[in-house]
Design a protein around this ligand. Structure first.
Ligand code: MET
Length: 342
C-alpha cells in the first residue's frame, strides 16, 4: 500500500548565508557568474539534504536558484523590462516596485529545466517543482503593453505550459502553480483565473497542483490578516471552479489561520496539501499541533488524498527555524499515520 500522508513543503527554504542575505525576500545574490551557478547548485543539494534528513517525502529544490517565486521566472522572458520599474499595489495590499511589460511576452529558452534536471539526478524520491501561476504573475508587474490583465494572463499561461512540458520531460512528478492572487481577485478567478491555469497544465501527464495562501510571513501580510476578521472564507470563492478543474492537488494555508476547515468539503475529490506549519512565526510547532491540524482536515479530506504541507514558503525564515518546522511536519504526519493503522 502507498504510504499515507506524504509530506512536502510549499517550495522555498531559506538560502545559506554565503549565497544570499538570510531572512529576506528578494535577497540579492552574494556570488557572481560561474561561482553563482555553482553556489546555487550547492545550495540546492543542501536544501534537498535538509528535507531528506527531516524525512520529507516529496522533495523540492528549496527554490534555491531563484531570488523570488514570481520575478525570477519573469526575468527570463522577453517583453518585460526590468530597468523600467513602476510602483504598483500588488495583491491589492502593498506597494512594490515591479518591472514593466513593454512588448509581446515570450519564452526564448527554458527557465528552470536545467535546475530540475539537476534535482532529478540527486534523488529517486518524487519531486515537486513550483512555478508562478498566470494571475499572480500579472499581479507582480506593470503592464504597459497589453493593457488587459486577462490578455496578459493568457499569454503567460501559454509560456508556463511550454516550461511545464519541459519540466515534466526532465522528470518532475508534480508541477505546482503558485496562485496567492486567487485569494484576492475573486471575480477574475472565476472569469479567467482557473481557465488560464488549466491552459498552463494542458497536455501534462504528471500531477499538477495549485498553491493558494495568505502569503509569506512578512509584515504586509500579517497586517492584512489582522483585517480579515474571525472567519477567513476567501477559499470559498475559488473552490467550486477548482473542484471542477483538471488540477490534481490543491495546496492551502490551514494551520493557525482562521480558515474554517469545512470549506474543504467544497473540493472533495481533489488531493489536498494541508498547510500544517505556520510560516509567519518563528515558533516551531509541536508534532502534536501538526497532528491536530491534520486530524481536523481528515474530517473533510479522504485519508489517501491528504498531503501534509507548510502554509507557504519558508524562504524568509532562518535555516534553523525552517529545519525545526520540517521535522515537526514529518513527526506530526507520523503520529496520524500511526493512529490510522491501529
Ligand atoms: N512556492 C512558493 C514558496 O514556497 C510559494 C509562494 S506563495 C506566496 O515560496
Amino acid at each position: 500500500m502507498k504510504k499515507l500522508f506524504p509530506t512536502s513543503s510549499a517550495g522555498s527554504l531559506p538560502k545559506p548565508s554565503w549565497l544570499a542575505e538570510p531572512e529576506k525576500l528578494w535577497s540579492p545574490w552574494k556570488l557572481q557568474d560561474d561561482q553563482l551557478v555553482e553556489g546555487k547548485q550547492d545550495a540546492l543539494r543542501l536544501a534537498l539534504q535538509e528535507q531528506q534528513q527531516a524525512g520529507i517525502d516529496i522533495v523540492s529544490d528549496g527554490e534555491q536558484t531563484r531570488q523570488h517565486f514570481v520575478t525570477t521566472f519573469i526575468e527570463h522572458l522577453n517583453g518585460v523590462d526590468f530597468e523600467k520599474r513602476e510602483t504598483v499595489r500588488i495583491r491589492d495590499r502593498y506597494d512594490a516596485s515591479v518591472p514593466t511589460v513593454v512588448g509581446a511576452v515570450s519564452r526564448q529558452k527554458p527557465v528552470f529545466v536545467d535546475d530540475a534536471r539537476f534535482l532529478r539526478q540527486q534523488t529517486t524520491q518524487p519531486i515537486k517543482w513550483a512555478l508562478p501561476g498566470p494571475m499572480t504573475m500579472i499581479d507582480t508587474l506593470y503592464d504597459g503593453h497589453y493593457k488587459s490583465r486577462e490578455k496578459l494572463a493568457w499569454e503567460f499561461a501559454k509560456i508556463l505550459n511550454q516550461e511545464a512540458r519541459e519540466l515534466e520531460a526532465a522528470g518532475v512528478d508534480i508541477i505546482q502553480f503558485d496562485e496567492p492572487a486567487f485569494n484576492v481577485f475573486f471575480d477574475e478567478v472565476n472569469d479567467w483565473g482557473v481557465a488560464t491555469l488549466e491552459k498552463a497544465i494542458e497536455g501534462l501527464k504528471c500531477e499538477t497542483a495549485v498553491h493558494i495562501c495568505y502569503g509569506y510571513g512578512i509584515k504586509a501580510n500579517t497586517d492584512w490578516k489582522k483585517t480579515l476578521g474571525s472567519e477567513w472564507r476567501q477559499y470559498e470563492e475559488a473552490f467550486p471552479k477548482l473542484q471542477k478543474s483538471n488540477i490534481d492537488l490543491i495546496s492551502l494555508e490551514c494551520h493557525n489561520s482562521r480558515v474554517p476547515m469545512d470549506l474543504l468539503e467544497l473540493i472533495r475529490g481533489k488531493k489536498v496539501m494541508v498547510g500544517a506549519i505556520d510560516v509567519a512565526t518563528n515558533t516551531i510547532e509541536t508534532p502534536e499541533e501538526v497532528a491536530n491540524t491534520l486530524r481536523k482536515a481528515l474530517q473533510f479530506v479522504d485519508a489517501d488524498k491528504l498531503y501534509p504541507c507548510t502554509n507557504c514558503g519558508m524562504a524568509p525564515l532562518s535555516r534553523q527555524v525552517a529545519r525545526g518546522k520540517l521535522n515537526a511536519l514529518s513527526a506530526g504526519a507520523e503520529i496520524v499515520r500511526e493512529e490510522l493503522s491501529l
